[in-house]
Design a protein around this ligand. Structure first.
Ligand code: MTE
Length: 321
């Protein structure tokens, strides 16, 4: 749930629980590094032993759009993943994506826009605009985490690509490279992984192109070097390792919609009132509190209803699931 701050408190006076938790993790990380230095062990090697890795991102500002909920640990976020290009088990991506090299990286931009072409990652993502956004992440499998992403608003990338008036949707595709992504050697999905948004969803200020986690570059298993985060939708909309962005007139078909259309729709908005055909969506299991942790009620649009419900006015959300 998004917690609103009392109007009479200056934002600068507040250290929210999530920021506090995040600082604790960062302090732990730097403490490990210092301990390593004192002991004569190369800097960060102890942090690396804890599994914390990736180059630190500079100049990241804290976004006012963050939830105040405490964030999950680095361990939770980087070892319990869905990323079928690296295996179908939750622990597979951390193991199998270890040697994936996400740089250099380029993204093909095509379709209904005035600036198509192949863009280097560095040209597409303006490092000056990096923000930390702590979002609740709700998976369609009825579990959730709170994740401190670093990224830039997708709207700012789209603005530079200059879509024309025919552009009604965006289609995103993951890299297709079975040599580097072993899961693509099996036909678990119709590769490359594909996702789509309406133009209004893509331009919404909450929609983030994430390039980092906990102030560091995105780990491979979380979708390095860039992945989408759409906090009011089920996690499968958040496509990883994006290699292509296409502006389209017609609604694209996502990989999961194509695989099992009766279970996965185009919109995939978090909705406790519309069950998945095989399980309830009314509650969710927060990761990080053990297998038998109490489930909590799922909120409409994952708690972002005030900000996004108007995007769907007049749409029957039971039919357009
Ligand atoms: N993107 C690609 N390319 N391949 C995938 O298998 N899985 C999706 C989404 N993006 C997936 C993907 C699903 S089902 C979820 S729940 C989220 O990634 C998980 O993101 P996380 O591992 O960072 O939590």
């Amino acid at each position: 749930m998004l917690i609103k701050r009392p109007a009479d408190i200056e934002p600068s006076e507040i250290t929210s629980e999530s920021v506090y938790q995040r600082r604790r993790t960062l302090l732990k990380m730097s403490g490990l590094a210092t301990a390593g230095a004192i002991a004569g062990i190369p800097l960060l090697s102890l942090a690396e032993q804890e599994g914390i890795s990736g180059r630190e991102l500079q100049g990241v500002i804290e976004s006012p759009l963050s939830t105040a909920e405490p964030a999950n640990s680095w361990q939770d976020i980087t070892t319990y993943n869905n990323y079928y290009e690296f295996g179908t088990g939750k622990a597979d991506p951390a193991r199998n994506a270890r040697d994936f090299e996400p740089r250099p990286w380029s993204v093909v931009v095509k379709g209904e826009c005035d600036k198509p072409g192949r863009y280097d990652f560095e040209d597409l993502v303006d490092n000056q605009q990096l923000e930390e956004r702590v979002y609740r992440f709700r998976c369609v499998e009825a579990w959730s985490m709170v994740i401190p992403w670093v990224g830039i608003p997708l709207a700012s990338i789209i603005g530079r690509l200059q879509p024309n008036s025919n552009a009604k949707f965006l289609r995103f595709r993951t890299l297709h490279d079975p040599e580097r992504m072993p899961g693509q050697r099996r036909r678990t999905l119709d590769w490359p992984y594909t996702e789509g948004l309406t133009m209004a969803e893509a331009m919404h200020p909450l929609t983030l192109m994430a390039v980092g986690l906990y102030g560091r570059e995105l780990p491979n298993q979380n979708g390095a070097p860039m992945r989408l985060v759409v906090p009011w939708k089920y996690g499968f909309k958040s496509i990883k390792a994006i290699a292509e962005i296409e502006f389209t007139r017609r609604r694209p078909r996502s990989s999961w919609e194509q695989a099992i259309p009766s279970e996965y729709g185009f919109y995939a908005n978090v909705n406790p009132e519309v069950d998945h055909p095989r399980w309830s969506q009314a509650r969710e299991r927060p990761i990080g509190f053990g297998l038998f942790a109490r489930k909590k009620p799922t909120l409409m649009f994952n708690g972002y209803a005030d900000q996004v419900a108007s995007l769907y006015s007049g749409l029957d959300l039971r039919k357009n699931f």
